[in-house]
Design a protein around this ligand. Structure first.
Ligand code: SF4
Length: 136
């Protein structure tokens, strides 16, 4: 059971117990995020970015969501370089251009303002390079 007076809507209980009835008939929706990755290949791991802040929940086939994803994938496939990941492509052309090409509306919900102390102080990647040690 959710203690409503203490709940801060983090959603963690849902990941632990997917059967929890957290869905809201009125407010239910989908956030579409793109460009994140865990891989160290070419560039550091990245967080995904919100590109559509709200898409109605339309089971069982989610037509609005699937249409948007299909369009993004088609634009990406037509414009990115071979082996370029979506996030890397968007960064190369600029996110403004990404929104324009994918016919997505930019809103204040899409602004990437994630910053915490780790952003400046912690090593964020396992990428490294070997350097040659020279004896004095
Ligand atoms: S885990 Fe998060 S969303 Fe779930 S009840 Fe606790 S504070 Fe609320």
């Amino acid at each position: 059971a959710v203690n409503a007076s203490r709940c801060m809507y983090c959603g963690n209980c849902y990941t632990m117990c997917p059967a929890m009835p957290l869905a809201s008939g009125e407010g239910d929706g989908i956030v579409l995020m793109v460009g994140g990755k865990v891989s160290n290949r070419i560039s550091m791991p990245k967080f995904s970015k919100v590109v559509v802040a709200y898409i109605p929940n339309e089971p069982p086939r989610w037509p609005t969501l699937t249409k948007m994803i299909k369009h993004i994938v088609e634009v990406y496939a037509a414009n990115a370089k071979k082996y370029e990941r979506l996030g890397e492509w968007a960064e190369r052309i600029g996110w403004e251009k990404f929104f324009e090409l994918c016919d997505l509306e930019f809103s204040h919900h899409c602004i990437d303002d994630f910053r915490d102390p780790a952003y400046y102080t912690w090593r964020q990647s396992t990428q490294f390079k070997f350097t040659k040690h020279i004896e004095a």
